[in-house]
Design a protein around this ligand. Structure first.
Ligand code: COI
Length: 355
């Protein structure tokens, strides 16, 4: 059992914070003063270290680079008006992290290292949490294989790290989305439900193709028929059809079990919607659009929060939306933000206090 006292902590001599303007920051470009680093070797996790953010020295033969045993999480910390820091649902990210680890044949990270490490690190760098609407401290836990050998097999050594990045909005404006029917993100039996680094790398080609014709991201469809929708860019996706909020179900193992997705479902229910998780086909979406009952489409994600979709294109059928007139997604975002920034009671127990 690892406790706070078991972490080796080395602090920076001078914070870089004075050199950065926290009121205007792009996503994921700046990193805080400290990071967490723990090695796994000989079947056990070594002493966790919190130390100044710094480069890693790696061998060219590092297994992760060659065969992609690499997973990550995305979490956010917020500050309320009183300046108190809290992290949004980190235990859920911890659980999902080890689900990803299992799928990628990597060791589980013990809860004490993940949760205590997260808390110590965020508390140490809490001055970096921006106190502005739509801004937060993005927390990036990740693990990769560190064997220095290029045989194809699960590595014997791993590194688990957490880095922190003060951040503004990920997608700045309502998005134009291309419904993908050639490339595939995930297949049943594959790694779609895991937060494996390769899922993001392998999505880049199709996304670049969509960008060439003016779209921001793709809406992935199933591998067999290109009929059932899955995820959208780095997000889960919701459709407000009639008085229902519909999101693709997780049954086929092709979709990440988003924590913002889960939170959105809970809040949408509180807002009076019937929430349905089901296999949702593009035909059903188009029918709803033709019938005038497809009211809103939006993505949910830790980085993206709630992102409005102003256009969906499937083959030659284009669905355009007047997002300025929408009520649901903006209200959902406002409700989630009120919880995150401590403006309403945290009835779900989602905020994990840092101090
Ligand atoms: C997140 O929302 O945390 C994600 O994983 C998206 C990220 C790849 C930017």
């Amino acid at each position: 059992m690892i406790a706070a006292a078991d972490f080796n902590i080395t602090k920076v001599e001078r914070s870089k914070l004075n050199d950065i303007n926290l009121s205007n920051i792009p996503f994921g470009k700046y990193f805080t003063d400290h990071m967490l680093e723990v090695d796994y070797e000989d079947g056990e996790w070594k002493t966790p270290e919190i130390k100044p953010y710094q480069p890693l020295l790696i061998e060219p033969s590092l297994a992760a680079i060659h065969y992609g045993q690499s997973i990550f999480e995305g979490i956010k910390a917020y500050k309320n008006d009183k300046g108190e820091a809290a992290i949004f649902r980190p235990q859920d990210n911890f659980k999902r992290f080890n689900i990803s680890a299992e799928r990628m044949q990597m060791p589980a990270v013990p809860e004490e290292i993940f949760m205590e490490g997260l808390k110590l690190l965020v508390s140490l760098d809490s001055n970096w949490i921006p106190q502005k609407e739509d801004h937060s401290l993005y927390i990036r836990p990740f693990m990769f294989s560190t064997d220095e050998m290029i045989g194809v097999k699960p590595s014997e050594k791993y590194k688990f790290m957490i880095i922190l990045s003060p951040t503004g909005p990920y997608y700045n404006a309502p998005m134009r989305i291309y419904v993908e029917e050639k490339y595939v993100r995930a297949v049943p039996g594959g790694v779609g439900y895991a937060k494996a680094a390769g899922n993001y790398g392998s999505a880049m080609f199709a996304t670049a193709e969509a960008k060439k014709i003016g779209y921001d991201q793709v809406l992935w469809t199933d591998a067999y028929e290109h009929k059932y929708v899955q995820e959208c860019g780095t997000m889960n996706v919701f459709f407000i059809i009639g008085n229902k909020a519909i999101t693709p179900d997780l049954g086929a193992g092709t979709i990440l079990a988003g924590i913002t997705r889960d939170s959105a479902m809970a809040v949408l229910k509180e807002m009076g919607f019937t929430v349905e998780e089901k296999a949702l086909s593009i035909d059903e979406i188009i029918e709803a659009h033709k019938a005038g009952i497809l009211h809103e489409v939006f993505g949910t994600g830790t980085a993206a929060t709630i992102s409005l979709i102003k256009e969906l294109r499937y083959k030659d059928y284009v669905m355009k939306f007047s997002v300025e007139q929408w009520n649901t997604a903006p209200a959902l975002k406002a409700r989630l933000n009120a919880i995150r920034y401590g403006k309403v009671p945290d009835i779900h127990n989602w905020m994990y206090k840092v101090d």
